[in-house]
Design a binder for this molecule. Structure first.
Ligand code: ADP
Ligand code: MG
Ligand code: MG
Length: 214
């Protein structure tokens, strides 16, 4: 039903692995959103169709004040578009870098928001699996929003795919054992430390980035 002609495209706001994120305004309502644009050629190259489908299905089914809303999605010949809630204050990562570390009060507020959002996801059997400061966004009021469900799964069963970002990986994930929603809770602890001290408690020396192996 939606198409790119329904939107006025604004400034570039973020770079993803598979495309770019732009500010956009829905022409009829004037409603401001973030448009995540993913190139089909890139999906093709990395065989990531199933992942994107999962990201869309999972995020579309979540509705919580601390989870970034995915309102709709559509595609054309070359691109897939995700219509997302706009998080005007951007990545928590950037705020943490500029403040070096957070006050106890601010850290407590974020940890509480994140814990609430994770409890909600876990109740719906959704595991995020890539919680880190780059994937936590802030809206115009400074409320925390979990974003980027690219590694998320929705299932009751234990999982086996190793994924996420090295500094935030739970031990069972590093050891390639089966895991469940507890891997997100591990990350909550890591972030609690990082919010207060400015660096995560366990830092990898070289092996940065998100990776996957099975
Ligand atoms: P990827 O899956 O490729 O990591 P993300 O969904 O994490 O892509 O988006 C990449 C970056 O774009 C984010 O880290 C953030 O800086 C920015 N971004 C994404 N979605 C939004 C949004 N809804 N509002 C504001 N910034 C966003
Ligand atoms: Mg991301
Ligand atoms: Mg992603």
């Amino acid at each position: 039903e939606w198409s790119i002609s329904d939107f006025e495209i604004g400034k570039f706001i973020g770079e993803g692995k598979f495309g770019k994120v732009y500010l956009a305004r829905e022409k009829q309502s004037g409603y401001v959103v973030a448009l995540k644009v993913i190139f089909k050629a890139k999906l093709e190259k990395y065989r990531s169709h199933a992942h994107l489908r999962r990201e869309i299905e999972i995020q579309h089914g979540l509705n919580h004040p601390n989870v970034l809303r995915l309102f709709a999605w559509f595609h054309d010949e070359t691109r897939v578009f995700l219509v997302l809630e706009y998080a005007a204050r951007g990545e928590l990562y950037k705020l943490l870098k500029s403040l070096h570390h957070f006050s106890e009060k601010r850290a407590a507020t974020y940890v509480s928001s994140l814990a609430g959002a994770l409890a909600y996801c876990h109740e719906k059997h959704v595991i995020h699996r890539d919680i880190k400061p780059e994937n936590l966004l802030l809206d115009i009021e400074g409320r925390l929003k979990i974003a980027d469900f690219g590694w998320a799964v929705q299932s009751n069963a234990k999982r086996h795919t190793m994924c996420g970002t090295i500094d935030y990986l739970a031990p069972e994930m590093v050891e390639k054992k089966e895991h469940d929603h507890a891997v997100d809770n591990w990350t909550l602890g890591i972030l609690c430390y990082e919010f207060l001290y400015g660096v995560p408690p366990f830092e990898a020396e070289d092996e940065y980035g998100t990776f996957r192996s099975e």
